[in-house]
Ligand binder design. Structure first.
Ligand code: E4P
Length: 215
């Protein structure tokens, strides 16, 4: 399973890259705003800066919500760097844009996916990735992981190559369940990736070994 980091923070992206287990980055307009990145020029430069840190795919989201606006913006983003994947919202115009990008060889990530039907449409349009939001579904008392299971079955039934990118992943059990189900990718903040390291028996065992080594 691939690990993407869900942030626009360059220091955190570098820390995850240095760990040696990072496969890519996802951003969204809220994450860019959180880092104080404003204005088209600065935003485009920031995406390039991210691409210089990681080896893998970097999702950059379009702001336009009409077909021609998405195409114009997406083509500009795709030209920035070969690692850029154009992130497109799951709306009618977005599906048309994904189909268009697919025909042009521009890779896409269909975002804001909350149902299996939406994921099926994204795959049919030729999305490279589909991003079901696990945590946001859990937030409204709906089983986000069940959605990942359903999409896995549907994609396997028909051999769709669209990768399931489990997004809005909030804690280590989300990652473990996604891996069990067979999600292709998880994207989450750095602290969630690092939380996989933790186990009290590891800490107790290491302290014991170090104490014994002094004897
Ligand atoms: C990533 O592609 C999504 O934008 C992100 O995972 C959403 O996460 P959140 O629900 O924690 O904001």
């Amino acid at each position: 399973m691939e690990f993407f980091i869900d942030t626009a923070n360059l220091a955190q992206i570098k820390e995850a890259q240095d760990l040696g287990v990072l496969d890519g980055v996802t951003t969204n307009p809220s994450l860019m705003a959180k880092e104080g990145i404003k204005g088209e020029k600065n935003i485009l430069k920031h995406y390039v800066d991210i691409c210089k840190i990681v080896d893998g795919d970097v999702s950059a989201e379009v702001i336009a919500t009409d077909f021609s606006g998405m195409v114009k913006e997406g083509e500009r983003l795709a030209k920035l760097h070969k690692q850029i994947v154009v992130k497109v919202p799951m709306i009618k115009e977005g599906i048309k844009a994904i189909k268009y990008f697919s025909g042009k060889g521009i890779r896409t990530n269909c975002t804001l996916v909350f149902s299996a039907g939406q994921a099926l449409l994204a795959a049919k349009a030729g999305a490279t990735y589909v991003s079901p939001f696990v945590g946001r579904l859990d937030d409204v008392s709906t089983d986000g992981l069940r959605l990942i299971e359903d999409i896995r079955i549907i994609y396997d039934n028909y051999g769709y190559s669209t990768k399931i990118l489990a997004a809005s992943v909030r804690h280590p059990m989300h990652i473990i369940e996604c891996a069990t189900i067979g999600a292709d990718v998880v994207t989450c903040p750095l602290n969630v990736i690092l939380s996989l390291l933790k186990h009290p028996l590891t800490d107790i065992g290491l302290a014991q070994f170090l104490a014994d080594a002094k004897k």
